[in-house]
Design a protein around this ligand. Structure first.
Ligand SMILES: [Zn+2]
Ligand SMILES: [Zn+2]
Length: 1248
């Protein structure tokens, strides 16, 4: 059905009573057929019907009608026709209500109780609305049909102008004309001289009677002599045109006396026919007779003349006939108030007309009208809802009010909401019809990235309103954040397929804690994930809110990986291979297999002392509370968070600032934060507030870590939320191309590259001294190189030679893909990303995405830095406005990258809060990995060197980096996750660490070496590195087969296979088969396996030689700088991860420089590291790997770090008796944490 609103029968009738074709233009619309314009509460009120319109008083023309009889139901043959005319304007109205159907629509409306009223939809008009001369007094012919699906009713509405032209009426009634006519009559017929002048009513009455006689001919009344005195003075000879037009015939004839006389013969109409027949002469005469009656009765009482036997009687109003034909004679009406008697209904509030209703409909019928209207014209549902809302309020109707609430709860919105929503997104509502959904969604996304999660719900709501008003599925989906599919659910919770159930529950909790309004949608996401994974555990969590049950039954785990005998000790390497082959053939269950694998590892460890899981360590040793750091309980797969918190705690100046945070709080007045820049972004008061909330939470935790009366504390969930959910506090997030925001960036703000608003003071053009805040993840124009090999360089200088605005444009284009996938907030496990691809498109983006999901301690650390900077007031300002504060001073280095193109050199300096290294595919020293980052890079002349396009594509650009100023605390993050064959994979290569790291070779200059001298050495190093690279690629070639095993193994395997063929063949021979000559050939060549083995050994050997050579070069490189020991840093801490790319466990080793010991902080346990091998060497199988390495400038280690700061409070209820304290505290500990289970305690001393 077309999207056109309709009118309930009472409404249509109401409009029929005021529709006046003569004044249609004045009304601005056809009141009958055009929908009323939307009511504008702000516009000045206008009458519903123009003043001039006739308020018709229709009376029935019985001869021409087929009237409904009361009590008769229409059937499939029924046609009603109500022919009527208006007593006032004398227009004729013909209504034909046609129930005849095509056999399918057999239940007319009121009979169909679901449809208590017809709901007429305009179908079209026959003929023009005015004639050639613009005259609107022409017949109009409209068709409507009822919108009810089973109702057969068609409605024809005809409006005809009066038959009697105005001039004829004047002719008959004008007193001056009548006087003249009398004078003229006296001339023609002297007998008339005594006559009185005819009264206006006379002509009307006479004509009416003539017409009666014409329609009902009687003997002897067929002709009128002209000289009839009455005729002569009333009609005379100047009404000939009128009479002729009506069918009177003027004849000259001889009278009975032979005198020539003039007579008028009455019209001779056809006999009465069927009212449904087309109009004919008879109809016209009937109409004229009716019009005359109206004219007579409308005369002032004194002029109506004396009633005779043909005097018009009272005319019967058509209203009841029409109502009966329309089926709305007795519809349910609203009870009347005293105040509102029978007010003229045309001035019902326009909202009634909007619904196609009238003011006296009962509530139920109002609702019916609303439903019909939204059903046939859903496009305007927001307006209809507005109408319904207003009527519900106006009527103070419970029933309608409830309905409105239900609809609202289902998402129905009204027009005002829609306007408000458009304005919310900065769109003028009147422009909205011209905007595509894409534009609106774009507005929404950019808005969303700017706001806190507390506002997100509101923003989504606004979009939803627009979506439902536009009936756009796309917009609605975007707005709903709707979660219908597994991948949507994962994405909503910021987890991925490989994320373990535990962490999914954690993210659920975070999201809900963060914004309780999210509970419903979060539950929905959780349920979809639970069902998709068929995870009973998650389902239990949904139902009970806890995950007490084991994630997977151990026996289930064994079964899943096809292990029959779970009591046997397993070779875990075999098991891992098994798991990986399962993963490959069944990637959607990878998470399950990995989970099963880790469960089995654990089980094996417990039962068979397997090497798989070693970090559990021996039973916990007790340490004096006063001198030992506390552990942090794992509040839900947050071990990476715990590592970060422990690390922060040991940074003494940071800890002290946090503990006294009130003194460092940023003021939140608009003036105070107006110029505040963190990560080059402006900061809103809202963000500052959130950041301060975090800082104060952190303060409470630190206090607790100092004063806790036991050996571990529980970080508050809120703290975790604030630290983990990055979007939460992201304010000035880059709009476009900001993939950068994953790690290392200063919290979502693109530090370099795409700037939403270029800073006016930003350096324009090449500027060697340009100091730009950046960090190591920025500007990875060589990203693609580092995804497959160890050749990585962290550069912080993507487009340093360009003005910012140009860069912004560039990045927009490049980053376009990313816009569709806004960076999700926190991502669980491992290692940092390396984003900003510039050359390859989708593949790289996917890789980046994948890597970005693998967030870890490094990202949280970065996030925390940003939060703290936002929360604290600055101590000053850098050139570019960036806030100087403790965080910058402690952790941010200035890194210069030097780019050389065809002899021209450019420098760019950026701030970085960490260095990012790539472990590569072999074990090597940290120096080697850092060398990659700082060393010489040959850059493709890709899009990043647009400035040189005239020079051509062969322009060689090189780049290297050095510390312009190294931060006192140097954080090195290790990327551990690579992406291959569609899955992420952890790289387990070992990064060799020394207790002391000399930074000399990465500096611009050292205490003893000038810039030039240092550069010379570095150039030597780069030459060696080039050789190293070629060896590496040779090794890669040797080890590459399609079997995904090393070539030596492959060749050996081939040898095995051929040998076995031989033995099978000989077996076949024995049983009389094996005549196959090919097989015989193979077995006859016993040397082939032999040769293959030989070859395998050769390859193996070459590989070994390569390894040795590479090691030699590594050593040579190291020796280049052997004497560079001016700038020493001490190893302070190492973040460790054990597990797969999908998940695992984190802990941190932290050096206590004061007590000269290392500790391992593993959630609630803090143990001394007894064997330093645990830190500096790596296990062979399933090694735990470093993901973050922190060095502290040697001369500052005691100033900057302090591992122990403890003043445990004594539990209040305890005795102050010093002797008892230990025992009391231990008891508390036992009760609270149960971590001393099984260890008998006597007087505070462990019983061995
Ligand atoms: Zn009228
Ligand atoms: Zn109907």
């Amino acid at each position: 059905m077309s999207s056109r609103p309709g009118k309930t029968a009472p409404r249509l009738l109401q409009d029929l009573l005021t529709y006046d074709p003569r004044h249609e233009e004045r009304a601005g619309r056809n009141l009958l057929t055009d929908p009323p314009s939307f009511y504008d509460p702000d516009a000045p009120p206008t009458p519903a019907v123009p003043v001039r319109n006739c308020r018709h008083h229709f009376v029935t023309k019985d001869e021409q009608s087929i009237l409904p009889q009361s009590g008769n139901q229409p059937n499939y043959e029924t046609v009603y026709k109500i022919a009527s005319y208006c007593m006032k304007c004398r227009w004729h109205l013909e209504l034909m209500v046609d129930f005849r159907d095509d056999g399918f629509r057999t239940l007319p409306c009121p009979a169909d109780t679901e449809f208590p009223l017809h709901h007429f939809i305009f179908q079209g008009e026959k003929g023009p609305s005015h004639d050639h001369f613009g005259d609107r007094k022409i017949p109009r012919d409209y068709r409507f049909r009822c919108s009810a699906p089973r109702c057969p009713v068609h409605l024809h509405v005809r409006l005809l102008p009066p038959r009697l032209k105005d001039e004829y009426i004047t002719l008959l009634t004008d007193k001056i004309l009548l006087k003249k006519r009398l004078d003229r009559a006296g001339v023609i017929e002297p007998r008339c001289q005594n006559e009185q002048v005819a009264k206006p009513v006379d002509g009307l009455l006479f004509l009416r009677t003539y017409l009666r006689d014409s329609l009902q001919p009687k003997q002897g009344k067929g002709r009128i002599p002209l000289l009839n005195r009455k005729f002569l003075k009333t009609f005379g000879e100047d009404c000939d045109a009128l009479l002729t037009e009506l069918g009177f015939v003027r004849e000259e004839e001889d009278d009975t006396e032979g005198v020539r006389v003039t007579v008028w013969y009455l019209p001779k109409p056809p006999p009465p026919g069927n009212p449904l027949d087309p109009a004919n002469k008879r109809t016209v005469l009937e109409d004229v007779r009716y019009e005359l009656a109206a004219l007579i009765l409308n005369l002032p009482a004194a002029e109506r003349g004396t009633p005779n036997n043909d005097y018009p009687g009272e005319q019967k109003s058509s209203l009841a006939d029409i109502q009966r034909a329309f089926g709305c004679l007795n519809y349910a009406r609203k009870p009347l108030d005293h105040s509102e008697s029978s007010t003229p209904r045309e001035e019902d509030h326009p909202y009634y007309a909007g619904l196609g209703a009238v003011g006296d409909l009962s509530d139920a019928l109002i609702l019916f009208a609303y439903n019909r209207q939204t059903d046939v014209d859903s496009v305007n549902n927001t307006y209809y809802f507005e109408c319904l809302q207003a009527i519900a309020i106006g009527r103070n109707s419970n029933m309608l009010g409830e309905k409105v609430q239900i609809l609202a709860s289902q998402g129905q919105v009204n027009r005002r909401d829609v306007c408000k929503a458009y304005k919310y997104f900065g769109i003028q509502p009147e422009h909205s019809p011209h905007l595509t959904d894409d534009i609106i969604i774009g507005q929404f996304r950019s808005r969303l990235s700017d706001i806190s999660s507390a506002l997100q719900e509101e923003t989504r709501n606004m979009l939803r309103i627009i979506g439902s008003s536009r009936q756009s599925e796309r917009i609605l989906h975007e707005a709903s954040n709707a979660i219908e599919t597994y991948s949507q659910a994962l994405s909503w919770l910021d987890v991925e397929e490989t994320t373990l159930d535990d962490f999914i529950a954690t993210m659920f909790t975070f999201k809900v804690n963060d914004n309780p309004a999210n509970r419903e949608i979060a539950s929905q996401a959780l349920r979809i994930i639970a069902e998709e994974r068929q995870s009973q555990r998650l389902l239990d969590f949904i139902n009970t809110g806890s995950m007490e049950a084991a994630e997977m039954d151990v026996s289930e785990a064994y079964a899943l990986l096809g292990v029959q005998d779970r009591s046997a000790a397993l070779d875990l390497e075999v098991l891992q291979a098994q798991m990986q082959s399962y993963n490959i053939s069944n990637p959607q269950n990878a998470a399950k297999y990995e989970q099963a694998y880790s469960l089995i590892c654990k089980d094996q460890k417990e039962n068979h002392k397997s090497t798989a899981v070693q970090e559990m360590g021996p039973p916990k040793k007790r340490h004096p509370l006063e001198s030992w750091p506390v552990g942090c309980q794992n509040i839900g797969n947050t071990c990476y968070l715990n590592s970060v918190l422990q690390f922060l705690f040991t940074i003494k100046p940071l800890r002290e600032v946090v503990l006294n945070f009130e003194q460092y709080m940023q003021e939140r007045t608009p003036e105070a934060i107006e110029r505040k820049r963190v990560g080059r972004s402006a900061v809103t008061a809202e963000k500052v507030q959130k950041a301060q909330e975090f800082a104060l939470e952190l303060r409470e935790l630190f206090k607790l870590m100092i004063t806790a009366p036991n050996d571990n504390v529980r970080p508050p969930t809120r703290l975790a939320c604030l630290a983990l959910l990055k979007d939460d506090i992201t304010v000035e997030r880059a709009k476009e191309g900001d993939l950068v925001s994953t790690l290392g960036h200063l919290n979502g703000a693109p530090v370099i590259g795409p700037m939403p608003k270029p800073e006016p003071e930003a350096p324009a053009g090449p500027n060697p001294a340009a100091s730009v805040l950046a960090d190591s993840v920025m500007g990875d124009d060589d990203f693609d190189k580092r995804t497959d090999t160890s050749s990585t360089v962290a550069m912080a200088d993507p487009e340093e030679d360009k003005p910012f605005d140009e860069m912004a444009g560039l990045k927009d284009d490049q980053g376009f893909e990313i816009v569709d996938k806004p960076q999700p907030p926190s991502r669980p496990p491992p290692v940092p990303p390396r984003p900003q691809p510039t050359t390859q498109e989708n593949t790289d983006l996917k890789i980046v995405e994948e890597v970005a999901r693998q967030q870890d301690a490094a990202e949280i650390l970065n996030n925390v830095f940003d939060l703290l900077s936002c929360a604290m007031k600055g101590e000053g300002m850098m050139d570019d406005g960036e806030q100087i504060d403790l965080i910058k001073k402690l952790f941010f280095s200035e890194v210069t990258s030097v780019r050389r193109t065809n002899g021209s050199v450019s420098h760019n300096t950026a701030l970085q809060d960490h260095q990012l290294i790539w472990p590569g595919d072999r074990d090597r020293h940290l120096y080697a990995a850092l060398d990659d980052e700082f060393g010489l890079q040959e850059l493709d002349s890709g899009p990043s060197s647009e400035e040189s396009e005239e020079v051509g594509a062969n322009t060689q650009t090189t780049k290297f980096e050095c510390f312009h100023k190294a931060s006192p605390i140097l954080i090195v993050n290790v990327r551990r996750i690579a992406f291959a064959e569609g899955r992420s994979k952890k790289i387990e290569s070992h990064i060799g660490l020394d207790d002391t790291l000399y930074l000399d070779r990465y500096l611009e200059q050292t205490k003893s070496l000038s810039k030039e001298a240092l550069l010379e050495r570095r150039e030597k190093q780069w030459e060696l590195t080039r050789r190293l690279k070629s060896l590496e690629s040779r090794k890669a070639e040797l080890n590459k087969t399609n079997l995904q095993i090393g070539l030596p193994d492959a060749v050996n395997g081939a040898a095995d296979y051929i040998e076995r063929l031989g033995s099978i063949d000989s077996g076949l021979m024995e049983i009389g088969g094996g005549q196959n000559s090919d097989q015989a050939d193979v077995s006859q060549g016993p040397n082939i396996p032999q040769e293959l083995r030989e070859s395998s050994r050769t390859i193996q050997k070459e590989t070994e030689i390569l390894d040795r050579k590479m090691k030699e070069i590594d050593d040579e490189i190291s020796s280049l700088f052997a004497d560079c020991k001016d700038h020493s840093y001490r190893l302070h801490s190492v973040f460790i991860h054990r597990g797969t790319a999908a998940g695992g466990h984190y802990w941190i080793f932290i050096h206590d420089f004061q007590n000269k010991i290392w500790r391992k902080y593993n959630d609630e346990r803090v143990d001394e590291v007894e064997d330093l091998k645990d830190i500096f060497t790596q296990e062979e199988k399933y090694p735990a790997t470093s993901t973050g390495i922190v060095y502290v400038r040697e001369d500052l280690v005691n100033q900057l770090t302090e591992a122990v700061d403890r003043h445990p409070e004594q539990p209040q209820s305890q005795s102050s008796n010093g002797d008892m304290v230990m025992q009391d505290v231990v008891d508390i500990t036992d009760a609270e944490t149960q971590d001393a289970e099984g260890i008998p305690i006597l007087n505070g001393v462990e019983k061995k």
